[in-house]
Design a protein around this ligand. Structure first.
Ligand SMILES: Cc1cc2nc3c(=O)[nH]c(=O)nc-3n(C[C@H](O)[C@H](O)[C@H](O)COP(=O)(O)O)c2cc1C
Length: 365
């Protein structure tokens, strides 16, 4: 296994070369970590893409990384059970280009979480995040996710167990309350106890989690957003890092939020309208360059699809599904999207699929 010359974002003098190390084999992450762990900066959390089950897999994160070099990317939630009893490489493998990348873990047993945090660090993840915000019934049955907010002492034990065994930051993603209570003291006390245990970065989805009667999807829409609670937390705990999440859709809203808190995390909008990320390096990380054109990003994705097919046998359809929003709002987006989501083309080479998608473009021109 070796490092081979990598991908480029941008063109000419502004191109950023990215080294490419296939992290296919167990343990490859350890080498990846040594080679590429970026230095810790408090600005790390300024802009991030949320953990989203079934969406933010390694292919999606690779795609997002082509759009923004600095945005912090989160994995889907992986449970301690899946890591302890399941196929570790399947859950933890990632592309070295994804750094900085955070592993989100779901669990509530301190010793298991410590074991998984260590595993995550050894694979090269830059942060370990504990999920205290997921309201799904399945997750509640496992006694983790949002219902953990009712047990701050247990969460503190979990955090302490992880902090004790890893050197990367251990962070917590949570809601502002559970069920219908709007008691600010509840979330304040939760944060107080958990921060004492060593968590210094809190990512807050600024709505309650209603634990009964709402699907996870409805739980992202129905409970009202209350950003003021996050601002209050920031005021009460000014030494902690505060990342706000929920319902944020564009640059203007991100900028407004950043006047109040330390970071902004986007979920659905980043996924459905990913070109938004192309401005973040300049806007939020002081980088001189921005991502190249949509076409250049698409071409990079085709190279990635070819590599994934060759190395792992991954069909391009499993990758292309994450980039269907790339032309969001651009004329011809619907047809382009139809071609890239047409499973009847599954056996064609990705380059040929791209050519078809562009031929349709020419028809429209
Ligand atoms: C499809 C989907 C899956 C999600 N999975 C997770 C998850 O695994 N862990 C988590 O903490 N939040 C998860 N979330 C919640 C998001 O991280 C985020 O908190 C929520 O979507 C609100 O942000 P947004 O309004 O910017 O989308 C998920 C959201 C979506 C849409």
């Amino acid at each position: 296994m070796g490092i081979d010359s990598g991908l480029q974002i941008g063109a000419g003098d502004t191109a950023i070369a990215i080294t490419h190390l296939p992290c296919a084999e167990a343990g490859a992450g350890i080498i990846a970590a040594m080679l590429s762990r970026p230095s810790m900066s408090p600005h790390r959390w300024t802009a991030s893409v949320a953990p989203m089950m079934d969406w933010t897999d390694r292919h999606c994160r690779f795609f997002h990384r082509l759009l923004s070099r600095h945005t912090l990317l989160y994995t889907e939630m992986v449970t301690t059970g899946a890591l302890i009893h399941g196929d570790v490489p399947r859950h933890l493998r990632f592309n070295i280009e994804e750094h900085p990348v955070a592993l989100q873990i779901g669990g509530s047993e301190p010793a298991d979480l410590a074991r998984c945090a260590r595993l995550g660090e050894s694979w090269g993840y830059n942060e370990i995040n504990l999920n205290c915000g997921c309201p799904s019934e399945r997750v509640q049955r496992g006694a983790f996710g949002a219902c953990l907010m009712a047990e701050p002492a247990l969460v503190a034990d979990c955090v302490k167990a992880m902090v004790d065994v890893v050197s990367v930051p251990v962070t917590v993603k949570h809601r502002i309350g559970i069920d219908k209570s709007e008691d600010y003291g509840f979330v304040r006390d939760f944060v107080g106890q958990v921060s004492e245990a060593g968590c210094q970065v809190f990512i807050v989805h600024a709505r309650n989690a209603w634990l009964k009667g709402l699907s996870p999807k409805a739980n992202r829409e129905v409970p009202p957003l209350r950003y003021e609670s996050v601002y209050r937390l920031k005021a009460d705990f000014p030494n902690l890092t505060w990342v706000i999440n929920g319902g944020i859709k564009d640059l203007a809203q991100m900028t407004t939020q950043l006047a109040q808190v330390d970071g902004v995390m986007l979920g659905r909008e980043a996924y459905h309208n990913p070109w938004l990320l192309a401005t973040w390096d300049q806007q939020f990380f002081g980088a001189p360059e921005r991502a190249a054109s949509r076409e250049a990003v698409e071409q990079q994705m085709v190279h990635y699809m070819e590599r994934e097919l060759e190395v792992h046998g991954t069909p391009w359809t499993s990758i292309a599904r994450h980039m269907l929003g790339l032309r969001h709002g651009v004329p011809g987006a619907r047809i382009w999207r139809q071609i890239w989501s047409d499973h009847r083309l599954r056996d064609q080479a990705p380059q040929a699929v791209m050519q078809q998608a562009h031929r349709m473009d020419d028809c429209l021109a």
